[in-house]
Design a binder for this molecule. Structure first.
Ligand code: SAH
Length: 257
């Protein structure tokens, strides 16, 4: 029994990590959406400092690096993701200006007014949209930008089943105007918001998981936690297919004033 010293929690974590490390993206998105959001950000130079919070294995960070000057620090809680991230940076010969570090988005060690740009795709929900926008603002220079993606409702009303699912999964799920109001209240100019196209979920996020799930299940045959993890992911994908007219990911871009 090699897992004797591990708590159930650690074991869950390593399973979750193994599952997500096997796919290129850990959340919905696309290189085109990353570049589009970047189009709203100006004044970046070789001296700019950028942070990608909850960077995962770095899919979007490398796209960011290909399209911006400046130095990028990727922060993620999982060391395994950061190892893959740094391997990827080396492979693309970006290691001199892109570095991954293990850390938590709720206890960052950047200085006040240090950063020109904060990026976070599919990850701010871990700290909460409002709290993230408020706390991270301190690290941005005046005139600096923030760009995050966040699950949002597209309409004022929607079927109860999907409302209940997302309210339970993430209490801050809200409409786009309400999210923009939160951004403004936190001290940013709400520069832009746009809805990520459907393929960011279907082609780029859920489809690669189909094969990964088969491999994962055959490797962990009989493991209840692994089976539950896959069942949850499949349920989420099925809900997306049924209810995608009512919700999705939205990029929010703000400028600190
Ligand atoms: N930005 C990546 C990953 C999104 S998944 C992408 O779009 O593909 C969310 C990421 O947040 C995961 O990699 C997870 O490990 C990370 N994460 C969760 N809680 C965190 C925390 N407190 N601090 C930093 N990263 C965290």
């Amino acid at each position: 029994m090699s897992n004797d010293n591990k708590s159930i929690h650690d074991f869950d974590f390593s399973l979750i990590c193994e599952y997500y490390a096997s796919i290129e993206r850990q959340g919905p998105g696309s290189p085109e959406a990353t570049r589009k959001a970047l189009g709203f950000v100006d004044h970046l130079t070789e001296d700019s400092k950028i942070a990608d919070l909850g960077c995962g294995t770095g899919g979007q960070t490398m796209e960011l690096a290909r399209n911006t000057p400046g130095k990028i620090t990727g922060i993620d809680l999982f060391p395994e993701f950061i190892d893959l991230f740094n391997g990827q940076a080396r492979k693309l010969n970006l290691q001199h200006r892109v570095r991954g570090e293990v850390g938590s988005m709720d206890s960052l060690s950047f200085g006040a007014n240090e950063l020109d740009l904060i990026w976070s795709e599919g990850a701010i929900y871990n700290i909460g949209f409002e709290r993230g926008l408020n706390e991270w603002r301190n690290f941005l220079k005046p005139g600096g930008f923030i760009a995050v993606t966040e699950i949002s409702w597209f309409t004022q009303e929607r079927p109860d089943e999907i409302t209940a699912f997302w309210k339970d999964a993430y209490a801050e799920t809200d409409t786009i105007p309400n999210k923009m109001a939160v951004m403004q209240k936190a001290g940013y100019i709400p520069v832009a918001s746009f809805i990520l196209p459907e393929y960011c979920w279907t082609e780029n996020f859920y489809k690669p998981q189909v094969q990964a799930q088969e491999l994962f299940l055959s490797k962990h045959k009989g493991n209840h936690t692994a089976e539950e993890l896959v069942a949850n992911q499949r349920h989420e994908a099925e809900l997306y297919n049924r209810f995608k007219d009512w919700y999705g990911y939205v990029f929010y871009i703000g400028k600190k004033i």
